[in-house]
Design a protein around this ligand. Structure first.
Ligand SMILES: CC(C)(COP(=O)(O)OP(=O)(O)OC[C@H]1O[C@@H](n2cnc3c(N)ncnc32)[C@H](O)[C@@H]1OP(=O)(O)O)[C@@H](O)C(=O)NCCC(=O)NCCS
Length: 164
């Protein structure tokens, strides 16, 4: 029915700090004191809780879950339904955020343990369960995720695929 289109909406807290040219798609949620840098894009049904920081040019795909205290850098890609966590032993009032450094790529439905840091330019494969810190410039896969490639190898394979 036509009126349904007019009800499509999202929620962005008045206390959130939103940069220039930011897109927040349908039914996404952005909580209090969260900061979205310039050119950030947030997909439909994404849940970005309070006290989260996301750097410029980062793309958050649909259904991603980002809990309070998460720190996400610039030029990051968070694939569909990726889940960051902040409570290792629910339900507990003590929380610790995940840190995702600049240039990281997180595949679809990957899960990141509370307190883990994903190093600059690393890649987390789709479906990976990341239980430990990941160094810079590597590709991790599996559950629990282990290092399987370098970022250089990933970039080479991507280039070959684009040119094929
Ligand atoms: C990590 C990734 C880049 C690896 O791709 P790739 O280099 O082409 O890997 P290949 O398909 O050649 O597989 C290499 C090996 O890794 C395994 N593998 C690939 N992806 C895997 C994954 N997500 N989890 C576990 N193992 C994986 C393969 O089974 C294969 O194992 P084998 O050597 O024992 O046969 C890719 O799987 C991935 O996760 N891409 C992200 C996709 C995504 O989420 N996009 C979001 C937007 S839609």
């Amino acid at each position: 029915m036509a009126f349904v289109d007019k009800m499509v909406t999202n929620f962005i807290s008045d206390k959130a700090k939103i940069g220039k040219n930011v897109s927040v798609w349908h039914f996404a949620y952005v909580g209090d004191n969260t900061e979205l840098g310039d050119n950030v894009s947030i997909g439909s049904l994404a849940h970005i809780d309070y006290d989260v920081k996301i750097g410029e040019n980062t793309r958050v795909e649909g259904s991603v879950y980002i809990p309070p205290l998460s720190r996400i850098g610039k030029n990051v890609f968070l694939g569909p339904a990726a889940a960051l966590t902040n409570d290792p032993y629910p339900m507990c009032e003590k929380m610790v955020g995940v840190t995702i450094e600049d240039g990281v790529i997180i595949g679809a439905r990957a899960v990141i343990k509370a307190g883990v840091t994903i190093g600059k330019n690393s890649v987390v494969a789709m479906g990976a369960v990341v239980t430990r810190d990941v160094p810079e410039n590597v590709v991790v896969m599996g559950s629990p995720a282990t290092i399987r490639k370098t970022r250089e190898e990933y970039d080479k394979k991507k280039k070959e695929w684009l040119e094929s």
